[in-house]
Ligand binder design. Sequence first.
Ligand code: ATP
Ligand code: MG
Length: 390
Amino acid sequence: MKEVILIKEGEIALKGLNKSGFEDAFIRNLKRRLNPLGELDYKKAQSTITVSPRGEDVDIDEAVSRSLKVFGAAAVCRAAAVPKDFEELCGFAIDYIGEAVEAVKTFKVEAKRADKKYPLKSPEICAELGGRILNAYPHLSVDVKNPGVIINVEIRDNNAFIHAGNITAAGGIPVGTSGKALILLSGGIDSPVAAYMSAKRGVRLWAVHFESPPYTSERAKLKAERLCEKLSVWCGSITLFYVSLTEVQEAMRENCPEEFQTLLLRRIMVDIAQRIAEQYELQALVTGESIGQVASQTMHAIACTDAVSRYPIFRPLIGMDKIEIIKLARMIETYDISVEPYEDCCTVFTPRHPKIRPVLSEVEAAQSKFDFEPLIKKAMDNIEQKRIIL
Ligand code: ATP
Ligand code: MG
């Protein structure tokens, strides 16, 4: 008997003719996460990837926990691969479940037959194996409504598998199957969640963080890097660009009407982001905005920001409220970093009364008070970059 990891596909299983391309990307991403744990074989069949360790030294719990975070996986379990012969299957099953039934009083057996030619039907498998389990473990009784543990039997083409239940995994589709985008990553709570959400839809991410030294500190900068480290678990390796907006912001403070400044800054961020996107052949921008969250995120303000961009701007948090966003931020472990109190470049020159319903022509007039192009070019020439490798 051998222990394996069964990784069950979610949405990939619904892909028609394109399915194998998605599966190949999925396996590539799994390998990147799991191969450091030891020598593993990967087999795909019936919308499930079976990962088998070649030796004894692979930490299977760690492999399960890593697989849970690879987009494309709907559910994961560690399972015993056993022969399909029913007598042998029962013998191995009784051995294998010993630990899982130790601390419980009730159980039930659930069977699934992907191999429809198997001589026993699912209810027969459940009844027969259930009876043998009762004999082997006299402390147990059957409870079909609320069992302490469910013993699962999966009869597949080449093997049968026994396990004590699936764990719900990350879902989504594999990173790298939907193109490339640039996330505007502040140090806040929202943008890391937006990164996670777009990676979940298969987007490979690059990140840009705008800073304003000395108004923003080295620690704020490091925060963006630490956020990328946390995100890389979900998104894969990320290239992070740092762009300094100090001179842009100083010129803006001197020359442009105060009430438009946050919005003008956002427009310049998007302008710079699209130049980076162009240079690296990315197809879209992503932000952590959500309608109505702050003055720069009213529908009117968002429209004025969008007017700058030749690229689609995705805002995956658009329909979420702050409580939902925080819940996800905690789950992906970015929350604690995000709430560290370092100044962001948006907060260093915040207008007292930002325009809530800006009109594009007025915004453009405010921006034309100063020729930002040379400063934008200079900021582009001084971009620093850092590769965060998973
Ligand atoms: P977050 O929690 O992501 O900072 P927020 O609610 O503070 O969001 P804003 O400060 O209005 O919102 O920023 C809206 C979006 O603009 C952010 O989600 C992010 O995508 C982008 N953004 C803001 N500041 C920066 C920055 N310094 N560097 C990169 N992107 C930024
Ligand atoms: Mg912010």
